[in-house]
Design a protein around this ligand. Structure first.
Ligand code: NAP
Ligand code: MG
Length: 487
């Protein structure tokens, strides 16, 4: 199928009703305020390279104002508010997000490049569900932790204060929800910094929060670059740091916080093994492989970017995978038929292309879809590498794009060893007809999440997080509240 040219988009979502401002200020203490830096930077649509808006670049003074607003709101309002009252605000945010789902989806797709089908069916509903889920927890925490020695109702858990939260560009609204909802439910206040390339849905969320009537200063949203993030995590009035992003920046943050007693959670990179046994339902597994690596252009920390397929079914699985690749539509993310949208930035596209070159230089065999891709904007064809081995960089390092490294294996012991022999440990997938194999693998794979006969399934009630260089701490579920509490 080669009908992926931009001009022939079959069913593009209209952007007529989308109201973007030309210029976005910082959301501090319930108001949009001009940055002290007086600087703004352009945010673009990666599928067209057109500018969407200018966004404020917060400096240290701005960070200080935001943190002080959050601290003040914490001391004077939020900490004292009964949990059931706090819950009402969080429910209201959830409901407003559902009402605006279409607007949020279109903006997410315009700013981030992901297919509208995904932002509409996954990102935005899941973000709203995180607010619903954690709103429900807010008033149930007080008696949830019995005193360990007496078994009777214990002291109420304490909130920490101001949470400094930093998020990446791959799931901008969803990551904001993962961060903000548990912080509010536990009685903390927030300063959140979205990624520089995808600030717009977080700023729309700021407008929604303003409208929800949440007390001023409880949530502050400040845009900027890495230095804004660094100023936030190092601010002395921040008690808790929640970071999702690359392993390199996570390590920098960890070092800069050494000795400060700030609580910290890190959700970092990944390089998941997706393992297909010879007794797996093959067609279902092929769909799972495709979803595992090509969902969100492969900009997914838990992407199934390493495929391990059992030797005796490798030929059939790979043949079906190649066939399926040719049916994937790469192009206009606003087109409802698009499977693979735009790469989030020129920088990220360059990084992916450099890894494709590395793979070829390492001697792996490349197979790319024959589809055409738009000439404007940042696009990458779905790419397979066959005959890869454990020593290849394309097997060991996170590419964060639509590139799959394939290996074969003979025995279960061999695949467990290979799957684990990597610095990361965020997630994994297992495809088999045998429940016993699933139980065996889930205990032996060093990964925070293991999916069986499915992939990339998320739920607010389910904890998510990594082993090894994929970080520590869990988000989601009851466990996701713990990093925001003193018990
Ligand atoms: P990144 O470069 O580490 O950036 C993440 C965030 O940190 C951005 O807001 C970034 O601002 C900010 N930042 C950069 N330097 C900083 C510093 N020195 N101090 C404080 N903050 C700083 O990661 P990314 O490229 O946006 O995202 C991709 C990475 O995130 C991948 O490795 C992926 O695996 C990981 N990720 C992990 C999970 C998970 O749950 N484990 C989920 C999603 C993504 P700028 O945008 O201005 O650089
Ligand atoms: Mg970055």
């Amino acid at each position: 199928m080669e009908t992926t040219d931009w001009k022939y988009a079959a069913a593009p979502e209209s952007t007529d009703h989308i109201k973007l401002k030309n210029r976005y200020d910082l959301f501090i203490n319930g108001e949009f305020v001009k940055p002290n830096s007086k600087k703004y930077f352009a945010t673009i649509n990666p599928a067209t390279e057109e500018k969407l808006a200018d966004v404020a670049d917060a400096n240290e003074k701005d960070v200080d104002l935001a943190v002080n607003a959050a601290k003040n709101a914490y001391d004077k309002v939020w900490k004292k508010m009964p949990a059931k009252e706090r819950a009402k605000y969080i429910f209201r945010i959830a409901r407003l997000m559902q009402e605006r789902a279409r607007e949020f989806s279109v903006i997410e797709t315009m700013n981030g490049g992901k297919p509208i089908r995904e932002s509409r069916d996954i990102d935005v509903p899941l973000a709203a569900n995180h607010f619903f889920y954690y709103a429900g927890w807010a008033d149930k925490l007080d008696y949830a932790f019995p005193n360990l020695s007496t078994g009777k109702a214990g002291k109420k858990p304490e909130s920490l204060g101001v949470a400094g939260q930093i998020i990446p560009w791959n799931f901008p609204l969803l990551m904001a929800a993962w961060k903000i909802a548990p912080a509010l439910a536990t009685g903390n206040t927030v300063v959140l910094k979205p990624a520089e390339t995808t600030p717009l849905t977080a700023l729309k969320l700021a407008e929604l929060i303003q409208e929800s009537g949440l007390p001023d200063g409880v949530v502050n949203i400040i845009t900027g670059f890495g230095k804004t993030g660094a100023a936030l995590v190092n601010h002395p009035k921040v008690s808790k740091v929640a970071f999702t992003g690359s392993t390199d920046v996570g390590k920098l943050i960890q070092k800069s916080l050494a000795g400060t007693n700030k609580k910290i959670t890190l959700e970092l990179g990944g390089k998941a093994a997706n393992i297909v046994f010879d007794d797996a339902p093959i067609d279902q597994a092929v769909e799972g492989i495709v979803n595992g690596i090509f969902f969100n252009q492969g900009h997914v920390c838990c992407a199934g970017s390493r495929l391990f397929v059992q030797e005796n079914v490798a030929d059939i699985v790979i043949a079906k995978l190649k066939q399926r690749l040719e049916t994937l539509i790469v192009g206009n993310p606003l087109d409802k038929n698009t499977d693979i949208g735009a790469i989030n930035s020129k920088e990220q596209l360059d990084k992916i292309n450099s890894y494709i070159k590395i793979g070829i230089d390492e001697g792996a065999e490349i197979y790319q879809s024959k589809c055409s891709v738009p000439t404007k904007g940042f696009f990458c064809k779905p790419t397979l590498f066959l005959h890869t081995s454990q020593s290849h960089r394309i097997v060991q390092e996170e590419i964060f794009g639509p590139v799959l490294a394939i290996q074969t294996f003979r025995t279960i012991e061999e695949v467990i060893e290979k799957a684990n022999n990597i610095p990361y440990g965020l997630s994994a997938g297992v495809w088999t007809d045998k429940g016993s194999k699933i139980f065996n693998l889930t205990t032996k794979l060093r990964a925070g999440v293991v999916w069986a006969n499915t992939y990339n399934k998320f739920d607010p009630a389910s904890p998510f997080g990594g082993y090894k260089e994929s970080g520590f701490g869990r988000e989601g579920g009851l466990h996701g509240l713990m990093p925001y509490l003193n018990l």
